[in-house]
Design a protein around this ligand. Structure first.
Ligand SMILES: Cc1cc2nc3c(=O)[nH]c(=O)nc-3n(C[C@H](O)[C@H](O)[C@H](O)COP(=O)(O)OP(=O)(O)OC[C@H]3O[C@@H](n4cnc5c(N)ncnc54)[C@H](O)[C@@H]3O)c2cc1C
Length: 379
């Protein structure tokens, strides 16, 4: 059933995204999972199809359309198809927000055309080996030296870490100023002293590259400062809500997909002379999941509409992320159980989903941190 929050244009876009997945992604995804990385070609194909920078200005090759619901459609279709390889969401939903709102005209001219065409793949590097949830504890420093910042430090778990050509790095420009001493610097591929570590071996999302990054006296020109010096934390707070919403949107779609495939399985798999879905326990399990998913869908769509109007609060985004990602984890686990031994076989999509969704309660801020954000707004 078509959802009220979407128009005919969104649905036409959905058809286009499905066709893109079928043609450009599905035939390669298994190989990318083995490789631990996707091809650069799929990024270029996405650029040609208009899937990158939908909200970027048209003069730079973007779609010029700031309606967030297009990104929702993109994320939902990827989640439904179990596609985790191409890190388009990091590029579009997360990094695009920082670049669109903070880049100077000169930076826009330098980066946006490649960003929209897929020639410039982006990443964002906040997390460090010793600081994830506690971002104020980061150790990376960027010390001013004439027309440059000298950047030192290391980052880990960075999505698009191997492929990225442009990385927004969170570093301390004034370590004595606490939250007011953090800035965002754009580090580009090829800068001297910028290197990458391992493509990390993860529990799931095997087709996506997640890497360590190292900065050893990297001389970053002042022209690569994003926004104002010392305002990094404020920018993070402003943009993390969108990131959390997008993760929640993805989680909801993944839960729905897992549920749908499990209903089909319960209709066809038989035990004791009847389809397994006919046992009361299993019917109740399906009933509970359907109820939880349906109720959650209402809040998810409410948040999507609010974000489209620029009205979503940080607390609401945290609530959605907490709830939806915990829900998908539970749903996928119960769906796998209903598949019996076949659910544990990697040839079954539910097995892959079990691995792939596990991260969702962790990245973009853990469930515990979401509860802190929500709790602090209450008391
Ligand atoms: C696949 C993947 C992709 C990622 N992509 C990126 C990326 O592109 N860019 C980026 O910067 N980072 C990325 N991350 C990092 C991710 O955001 C962090 O892993 C996450 O924020 C948690 O930080 P941590 O791993 O340091 O855990 P920690 O902060 O060490 O937390 C460990 C545990 O302690 C709990 N905890 C911490 N503080 C509190 C508290 N105050 N109260 C209660 N419990 C608490 C946490 O909830 C968690 O359960 C990625 C991670 C993964 C695994």
């Amino acid at each position: 059933m078509a959802r009220e929050i979407f128009t005919a244009e969104h649905e036409a876009f959905r058809d286009m995204v499905r066709a893109f997945i079928e043609k450009e992604i599905a035939p390669h995804h298994e190989q990318w999972e083995k490789d631990g990385i996707v091809s650069r070609e799929v990024w270029l194909a996405a650029g040609r199809a208009g899937l990158l920078g939908i909200d970027m200005p048209e003069e730079y090759g973007g779609g010029g359309n700031t309606d967030y619901r297009y990104y929702v459609v993109l994320n939902e279709e990827f989640a439904k198809a179990g596609i985790h390889g191409p890190g388009f969401s990091v590029h579009n939903d997360i990094n695009g927000g920082y670049l669109r709102s903070l880049a100077t005209d000169e930076q826009k001219a330098r980066w946006f055309p490649g960003y929209c065409s897929g020639e410039i793949i982006t990443g964002i590097a906040m997390t460090e080996p010793a600081a994830g949830s506690d971002l104020q504890g980061i150790k990376s420093t960027a010390v001013k030296d004439g027309d440059h910042y000298v950047l030192n430090g290391s980052k880990t778990f960075i999505s698009n870490g191997i492929l990225s050509d442009l990385v927004i790095v969170v570093a301390k420009t004034d370590p004595s100023a606490g939250a007011h001493g953090v800035s965002l610097l754009v580090v580009e591929r090829g800068m001297e002293g910028f290197s990458r570590g391992r493509n990390l071996d993860k529990v799931g999302m095997h087709a996506q590259d997640t890497a360590e990054l190292f900065f050893d006296n990297v001389r970053v020109p002042k022209e690569n400062l994003l926004g104002e010096e010392g305002q990094g934390f404020i920018y993070l707070m402003q943009n993390l809500a969108r990131e959390r919403l997008s993760i929640g949107v993805t989680a909801q779609a993944a839960a729905e997909a897992a549920f749908d495939m499990t209903v089909e399985y319960c209709k066809t798999r038989e035990a004791f002379g009847r389809p397994i879905g006919k046992f009361q326990h299993n019917r109740f399990t399906l009933a509970e999941m359907k109820t939880e998913i349906t109720v959650t869908r209402t809040f998810t769509d409410q948040c999507i509409v609010k974000e489209s109007k620029g009205e979503l609060s940080i607390e609401e985004a945290a609530m959605l992320k907490y709830w939806n990602t915990e829900l998908v984890k539970k749903v996928v686990d119960r769906c796998l159980q209903l598949h019996g031994g076949y659910g544990y076989m990697m040839e079954y999509p539910i097995a892959k989903a079990y691995q792939d969704v596990r991260i969702q309660t962790i990245f973009g801020g853990t469930t515990e941190i979401m509860k802190e954000i929500i709790g602090r707004s209450i008391i």
